[in-house]
Write a protein that binds this ligand. Sequence first.
Ligand code: HEC
Length: 109
Amino acid sequence: MFDPRLIPALALVLAAGGTALADTPRLDAQRMFPSGEIAFQKICARCHTGREDAVGPDLTANDYDPDTIRHFARHGSGPMPAFTESMVDAVTLDQIAAHLASIRKETEE
Ligand code: HEC
């Protein structure tokens, strides 16, 4: 299973390997995941799928606007850890929200 806590370490290793650091786009300024769906699966799903062992509420069962997703992700809540920009970038958070909205819509139809 992919461990999101490894991302900062990985970013450091990659940055140290770059020769012209000034010309290298910062990793945290880029999208880190190919899609909101994959980001959700990798970062959030283990706590948020409604599985028996999930510790958080099932995020696919409710409507969450992007502001709510951003707020919880950046600040955490109770047992939920906060995610910094270097763990999940802002664009990806919006895509997670869009992904959740899209699967929510499917279940409504
Ligand atoms: C380690 C487990 C864990 C991970 C990983 C996690 N969460 Fe959570 N999350 C929780 C828990 C537990 C709660 C309930 C917090 C509370 O009751 O205060 C929660 C609450 C939330 C809520 C509020 C839900 C509600 O109806 O009150 C949102 C939105 C949310 N998380 C989004 C996310 C997103 C987006 C991610 C991925 C970037 C994520 N979480 C990753 C554990 C997690």
